[in-house]
Design a protein around this ligand. Structure first.
Ligand code: 6R9
Length: 566
């Protein structure tokens, strides 16, 4: 028996109050996520239960109980407060997937600041853009990554505190401070900040087609959605060992790698090392993982290595498998049935939605290749891109649209209300994805409705890549698009026109690739560069990425009436 039981029944009778009541959300005026993910679990008598088993890349492990999580998050909260940080300040977390990341996240929320997690793989430029936009006040990092901050700190006058969580005295500069979660005096009690339901909690940066990455602002009440979706979709039960493979630099790693599981009081495991099938299966076997939340790219990588390596391990512990971030192709679902004896269940959502909105449920028939149906409490449809009216004819492709109002929905884009307002049409929130709905109400994903590149489940904005490319001495103009890739679904391809005096060469190609890898991240690095004389542009001078994209994917080119040289 699953947690959700009958989907149809739950969809009909659902009210978000059901979740709020289970959580006792608001009891004694408490709305703070930090409290619900640590203190509350201890108050209920589970202080000795294991909250986190962490494994590093050398195979070393560390284990933390809910009591540890409570006390160490208090340590961070007190430390930040003692250092002058206040409620509403943005505090960035910039580190690998070490325990301090997960625990400081709760600490930041407990003292009322806004947590801004960023991928540690980000290079100087990617980091600068996001800290500058958020006017971030403090950053928590490690010795390994502090160098990147040193290189940009001068340009960030609002960044007053650089805090290193694994420092020895010698490794710090004068204007940096150190904290050691485990060596600091234990903080048994911390007066958790009395956040309201609508108090900002987490700021997640995500990429769009144009402009800089934008910060999706979430509030403390988001936990109402994250708690119940973790319970009903991930089907987390008290004795589960739960593994979310996502990095908290991505919304999946916070909504379902911190808040959802810990609000449910489950034991979760974290593996802080790169991907290898062997490693992953060993990890599942060793920790007896029961619920596994991962992404299609990882599943395709596992598929590539075949079922022989699966058979070398006892993976009978696995009970429920869920996927997110990109289309989960039918082959992957069928393969997982062969390999693990169970299908992967697809789930669809976005940084902006804060929690799963369309998905498959344990007791609902899975149609391989479909994303499933709307979560109870979410009204989802597809609308006509011209007038934003719902499309009723099954099988017609339209834009995915959601009725606003569920607790985890973002409340704005940081310092960009105009962009936020533009996401709403005719009373619907427009996700920016295309899909159809079949006769039984299942959603079938078709593609994105913009130029954002989804590489291995990570969204990369073409504008950010193109802006960085222009900073390379040889580049005159450029366009970045996604090109088909068997594993990552898409990888970045750049079209580049060179400045006079530069000639295409393998060396130049490599130098440009490395330039982007260092400046932005390995994910944003073009896997292919095509040197061109000039780029196709509209009469108003905009680069026609659509045209380059269609050529690359062998699709019809469509309307080119605004092209410059037709
Ligand atoms: C959680 C997350 C959101 C975009 C989304 C869509 C794509 C996510 C998907 C999926 C097909 C799925 N996406 N889940 N596409 N099937 N099950 O991924 O957040 O990084 O903001 O990306 O990812 O294009 O709009 P985010």
């Amino acid at each position: 028996m699953s947690n959700i039981g009958s989907y149809e029944e739950k969809y009909k009778t659902f009210d978000w109050e059901i979740s709020a009541e289970e959580l006792e959300y608001g009891k004694n005026g408490m709305y703070n996520i930090g409290y619900y993910c640590s203190d509350r679990i201890c108050d209920k008598g589970f202080g000795k239960k294991i909250a986190l088993i962490w494994q590093g890349f050398k195979g070393e492990t560390k284990t933390f109980t809910y009591d540890d999580i409570r006390i160490y998050s208090n340590v961070f909260a007190k430390f930040l407060k003692d250092n002058g940080l206040q409620d509403g300040d943005r505090v960035c977390i910039f580190m690998d997937r070490i325990p301090e990341l997960y625990i400081s996240f709760l600490g930041i929320l407990k003292m009322g600041s806004i947590a801004q997690p960023l991928f540690s793989a980000f290079g100087d430029e990617a980091l600068f853009t996001r800290l500058d936009d958020a006017k971030t006040k403090a950053i928590l990092t490690t010795k390994k990554h502090v160098r990147k901050i040193r290189r940009i700190r001068e340009k960030l006058p609002e960044l007053t505190k650089v805090i290193v969580v694994d420092a020895d005295d010698k490794s710090l500069k004068d204007d940096e401070i150190a904290i050691s979660m485990e060596n600091a005096p234990r903080v048994e009690h911390f007066d958790v900040f009395k956040a309201g339901k609508e108090t900002p909690s987490v700021l997640h940066y995500t990429s769009g087609t144009t402009g800089k990455p934008k910060g999706a602002m979430h509030v403390h009440a988001s936990i109402i959605s994250q708690y119940i979706t973790a319970k009903w979709v991930l089907d987390i039960m008290p004795d589960d060992i739960y593994w979310c493979t996502a990095d908290p630099g991505w919304v999946t790693g916070t909504s379902y790698g911190i808040i959802g599981p810990w609000a449910n009081g489950v034991t979760q495991v974290v593996l802080d090392s790169g991907f290898s099938s062997e490693n992953w299966y060993q990890f599942i076997e060793k920790h007896k993982v029961t619920v596994w939340y991962t992404a299609p790219t990882a599943i395709r990588l596992l598929m590539k290595d075949g079922t022989d390596v699966v058979k070398k391990h006892n993976l009978s512990c696995l009970r429920h498998l869920i996927s997110v971030g990109e289309p989960l192709n039918a082959e992957a679902v069928l393969w997982s049935e062969q390999a693990f004896g169970k299908p992967f269940y697809d789930s669809y959502w976005q940084t902006e939605t804060g929690s799963i909105v369309i998905t498959n449920y344990p007791e609902m028939k899975v149609k391989p290749g479909s994303m499933g149906k709307a979560f109870p409490g979410i009204k989802a449809t597809i609308v006509d891109p011209k007038n934003f009216e719902p499309i009723t004819k099954p099988g017609t492709v339209g834009l995915i649209a959601l009725k606003p109002g569920w607790p985890a929905m973002f409340r704005t884009y940081w310092a960009n209300k105009e962009l936020y307002d533009g996401k709403f049409k005719n009373g619907w929130y427009i996700c920016g994805d295309r899909s159809s709905i079949d006769n039984d109400g299942y959603f079938w994903f078709v593609g994105r409705d913009d130029d954002v590149i989804n590489t291995g489940g990570h969204l990369v904005g073409p504008f950010e890549i193109e802006s960085a490319l222009l900073e390379h001495e040889a580049v005159a103009e450029s366009a970045a698009i996604g090109k088909p890739d068997p594993v990552n679904m898409e990888v970045v391809k750049a079209f580049i026109a060179l400045k006079p005096g530069y000639e295409p060469s393998a060396d130049l190609e490599l130098s440009i690739m490395n330039f982007i890898r260092k400046k932005l991240s390995p994910l944003a690095m073009p896997q292919e560069i095509e040197f061109v004389k000039s780029l196709p542009k509209t009469r108003s001078g905009k680069i026609m990425r659509r045209l380059l994209h269609a050529k690359e994917w062998g699709e019809e080119i469509g309307d080119t009436s605004t092209l410059e040289d037709d």
